[in-house]
Design a protein around this ligand. Structure first.
Ligand SMILES: Cc1cc2nc3c(=O)[nH]c(=O)nc-3n(C[C@H](O)[C@H](O)[C@H](O)COP(=O)(O)OP(=O)(O)OC[C@H]3O[C@@H](n4cnc5c(N)ncnc54)[C@H](O)[C@@H]3O)c2cc1C
Length: 622
């Protein structure tokens, strides 16, 4: 065993990130962007090979824009607006049961965000882009093929022991903080002894295959094709139309298990979903089980160690929020870790990570579970109630049943499931009865829309506890807070996007947000007042503060020709909005009082900013 301390590149690795999935990579790139050294530890030698998650929502693209990968993704992705729909079929080659539009049009999407919109971009194409960016960054020591073993922490820092999987050598890496981004079965979480609670909802097999299915989909490009027939219940995810697909289908352990999905079985399942055995170029690439669960970690932080992404929460995919929530965790944590490392934040600021992110993860989890259960409404139409299959699972695990020979157990389970699926045949029946049930099926489809349209969850999530100064007024909410987004500066919300001009340059308000500073946005009428307040507090506050005014012209720093900021800011002429480095509103003052600098000073203290310059360390590696 060899022990060494990670000081490659002449840097002390200040933040140790375990796991180079989407969450870990995003965090590493956000930290490196502001000069914080990172050691990124990943057990695998190559990125994810399975397409896995595919929906990247608008807020994720905004974060990816910050780390410089959004443009590449937007250039490489297939046109999302051409295929943004969900289709239900008996099989791809068979009868269509209905479809629903999945999202807004391009114009609506671009009105809400600076040059980005949601895309469908599979994880096995995303991760190589992130890894490449990481390899180009000298601030990041990338430990591929290194597996996390254990960690120790004290008041000064964290030691993480990792094993080089190629040589067997053990390395001890030191850092000021560590973040477990090591996925749903996180070893970091286990090392911290933090419980992760919640039920398993379903066991699924994900069969990744390549086949040109153009003739079945060209006329109805979709993201998902739900397949309901007597031989197959599952979903075909069109990761790359018309050739790259994943078929997800359930299995029922312990009598059914992943090892039964042999190449022949997988081929047969794909044929049943497509509805024909005539697929000459069919090639099954990879088969992976996935346990769909709804689990939330009790804590997202313990001392100097944090949990983010699937390590902290795991959702069923019915909502497409897993990867997206992890990216937002990283975004929330990055500026807080940076402020702490620079000596600009009190420990309380780091504690707000748990306070802010756990409720958002809980809301996303509840939404995903609601969708999962709501899907059952369609099955119930033909009396295939998944809740009844829960009884099967109880029987499967009963001692008396387990006492039967294995082959009998398996045979009985297979037979019950086969019988249950037969009910789906009604959906494809010719004649009046079939037509009636298909009409009922179609009538239920609008009730599934919130599953696929969730702009409110994407852009409208807000932090009510944490590094925000709450207001007594309730958050303004649109009629449907899941599907619709209402721009607001209510503290904790995402700063609304707005195009403004500086000289001849068009900027989004997002381009003004600095990764290491707080940004105070005022109107021209209040700009002198707020500039004076910022000058008065800045000498005492370690956190940099920028002050910008937005108005129609004249003395305004930023020109907003249509005076949209007057409405969007929800403040009066002398009011101001304080924005955090992650683009969320920390505080707003609707109308300046007589002592704005005192008010601002109190706000900074309450946010957890260190308000004495002497307390700040010398900045690291700037
Ligand atoms: C088969 C499959 C299909 C999926 N399909 C969908 C989908 O359709 N829609 C959806 O929304 N989500 C889907 N997901 C979930 C989605 O992939 C996750 O939500 C997302 O990847 C979470 O990102 P993450 O970075 O937090 O964790 P992960 O992507 O799990 O990344 C964790 C990283 O940590 C590494 N790691 C783990 N343990 C160690 C260790 N001890 N030492 C060092 N490194 C370690 C892993 O190798 C991995 O690279 C799917 C997942 C799977 C497995």
């Amino acid at each position: 065993m060899m022990i060494m301390t990670a000081t490659e590149n002449g840097q002390h690795a200040r933040v140790l990130i375990i796991g180079a999935g989407p969450t870990g990579c995003t965090l590493a790139l956000l930290l490196a962007k502001v000069g914080v050294p990172v050691a990124l530890i990943e057990q695998n030698a190559v990125p994810q090979q399975h397409p896995a998650a595919c929906i990247l929502n608008t807020r994720t693209l905004e974060v990816f824009r910050e780390i410089g990968v959004a443009e590449k993704i937007l250039a490489a992705c297939q046109n999302p607006f051409e295929r943004w729909r969900i289709t239900w079929v008996v099989s791809l080659a068979g009868r269509e049961l209905g479809h629903q539009a999945g999202t807004e049009d391009l114009e609506t999407a671009l009105a809400l965000s600076p040059a980005v919109h949601p895309v469908q971009f599979p994880q096995h194409k995303l991760e190589p882009i992130l890894w490449q960016k990481i390899e180009q960054d000298s601030r990041i020591d990338f430990y591929r093929s290194h597996q996390f073993r254990h960690l120790e922490q004290n008041g000064d820092g964290v030691n993480v022991t990792v094993e080089n999987r190629t040589t067997g050598e053990t390395v001890v890496l030191t850092g000021a903080y560590a973040v477990g981004c090591d996925g749903a079965s996180s070893h970091v979480r286990r090392a911290l002894n933090i419980a992760m609670n919640g039920p398993v909802l379903q066991y699924m097999m994900g069969i990744y295959f390549v086949a040109d299915l153009r003739r079945y989909v060209e006329h109805r490009k979709s993201v998902l094709y739900w397949v309901l027939n007597r031989n197959m219940l599952g979903v075909l995810i069109a990761h790359w139309l018309p050739t790259e697909w994943v078929l997800f289908t359930p299995y029922y352990p312990p009598q059914q298990s992943p090892d039964q999905f042999t190449p022949d079985v997988c081929l047969d399942l794909v044929h049943r979903a497509v509805g024909t055995y005539d697929i000459p170029d069919l090639d099954v690439k990879l088969v992976r089980p996935w346990v769909l669960s709804a689990r939330l970690s009790e804590r997202f932080q313990q001392g100097r160690v944090f949990l983010a992404g699937d390590a902290a929460h795991s959702f069923p995919p019915t909502g497409g929020l897993g990867l997206n929530t992890g990216v937002q965790d990283a975004h929330n944590l990055a500026w807080k870790l940076t402020a702490a490392l620079r000596g600009r934040a009190c420990p309380e600021l780091l504690a707000t990570y748990h306070a802010e992110r756990r409720p958002v993860a809980m809301a996303n989890l509840e939404h995903s579970v609601r969708n999962f259960e709501n899907m059952n409404e369609l099955n119930k139409l033909v009396r295939l109630d998944f809740n009844k299959l829960k009884t099967l699972q109880v029987i499967q695990n009963a001692r008396i049943f387990r006492a039967l020979p294995n082959a009998w157990q398996r045979g009985l389970v297979n037979a019950v499931l086969k019988l249950a699926l037969r009910r789906l045949a009604l959906l494809d029946r010719d004649g009046t009865r079939g037509e009636r049930v298909r009409a009922q099926f179609q009538a239920l489809l609008p009730g599934q829309v919130a599953h696929y349209r969730f702009l409110g969850l994407d852009l409208g999530f807000a932090y009510s506890l944490g590094a925000v100064i709450p207001e007594d007024s309730p958050k303004p909410v649109p009629p449907d807070p899941v599907m619709e987004y209402l721009p607001t500066t209510w503290p904790g919300s995402r700063l609304p996007h707005l195009w403004v001009h500086r000289n001849a340059t068009r900027l989004s308000l997002y381009d003004l947000v600095e990764p290491e500073a707080l940004l105070l946005l005022s109107h021209p009428q209040g700009q002198e007042l707020w500039r004076a307040a910022v000058r008065a507090v800045q000498s005492d506050c370690a956190m940099p503060l920028l002050c910008r005014s937005i108005g129609r012209g004249g003395t305004a720093d930023l020109v907003d020709e249509d005076s949209n900021w007057e409405r969007l800011s929800e403040t009066e002429a002398t009011g101001a909005v304080l924005v955090r480095p992650d683009g969320h509103v920390a505080w707003r003052c609707k109308r300046a009082g007589s002592m704005p600098h005192q008010e601002l000073h109190a706000v900074l203290l309450q946010l957890g900013c260190r308000c004495s310059r002497e307390a700040a360390e010398t900045p690291i590696n700037t």
